[in-house]
Design a protein around this ligand. Structure first.
Ligand code: ATP
Ligand code: MG
Length: 250
């Protein structure tokens, strides 16, 4: 579904990604963990073109988003193709990013109507079904300001799903939430995983990584240090930097 090879990214003189590679199969749930500043968010943002890369190659479902030629030049697919490829990925951020002036339902149908050009009548029943799925049918006509953080994040997940993505990217979806609200969001994500959604999840929720992820990837200092099946990863972390990080999390 996703194949990233040798991704390099610098901001000014600071090389934030130093050749990150990750391949992800359909239905896999990969948790990305690692210290603050290690490049986790930047990596995710490169995958769906919220950042451009300096070197490497990204293929999404067999289509090349960007590749680096023999001379070292990074070449992106034409704009139309880039948009088509990136539309297959839904993204959920730490800070929800809901439109404050739109109701919950309007937030969910906005992109399908304006980006995909679908008819409102066709999209509303789907949006209502998504609201049932995330347990928020009663908030259909509420504005985001009236929702709790956990509810906002579940709306953000429903909004991403409304575009019918093949892959969901999550960047610390629970880290802005109080502990008692984290559980409801993780439950929604677990349900998606049970339905075999392909998910790449940056998280510091070790319980989620251990129980839901099929694989855990550890990033440190702009490198992907190791990526292994979750049970193995926690039982026998291979790299000393992984061990040091896991120790620091206890
Ligand atoms: N737009 C930007 N301009 C300049 N530097 C940036 C930019 N975005 C990120 N960085 C830097 O890149 C490095 C990696 O940032 P990134 O947000 O990817 O880390 P992270 O692993 O997601 O950290 P956290 O766990 O705190 O979210 C950091 O040193 C950060 O300051
Ligand atoms: Mg981050």
């Amino acid at each position: 579904m996703i194949r990233a090879e040798g991704i390099r990214k610098r901001f000014g003189a600071h090389e934030v990604l130093k050749g990150v590679s990750l391949a992800m199969a359909k239905g896999e749930v990969i948790a990305v963990i690692g210290p603050s500043g290690s490049g986790k968010s930047t990596f995710l943002r490169c995958l769906n073109h919220l950042e451009t890369i300096d070197a490497g190659r990204i293929d999404i479902e067999g289509d090349t988003l960007v590749a680096t030629d023999a001379a070292g030049h990074c070449r992106y697919a034409p704009d139309v193709e880039v948009r088509r490829i990136c539309r297959r990925m839904g993204m959920v951020f730490q800070h929800f990013n809901l439109f404050p002036h739109l109701t919950v339902l309007q937030n969910i149908i906005e992109a399908p109507v304006t980006v995909k050009g679908l008819k409102r009548e066709a999209v509303v029943p789907k949006a209502e079904a998504l609201l049932r799925k995330v347990g928020l049918s009663d908030k259909r006509d509420a504005y985001p300001a009236r929702l709790s953080g956990g509810q906002k994040q579940r709306v953000a997940i429903a909004r991403a799903l409304a575009m019918e993505p093949d892959i969901m990217l999550f960047d610390e979806p629970t880290s802005a939430l109080d502990p008692e609200l984290t559980g409801e969001v993780l439950r929604t994500m677990r349900q998606l995983a049970d339905e075999h959604m392909t998910m790449l999840v940056v998280t510091h929720e070790m319980g989620f990584a251990r129980e839901v992820a099929s694989r855990v990837a550890f990033m440190d200092g702009g490198e992907l240090i190791e990526s292994r099946p979750a049970a193995e990863f926690f039982a026998r972390p291979e790299h000393p930097r992984t061990r040091a990080f896991l120790d620091s999390m206890l």
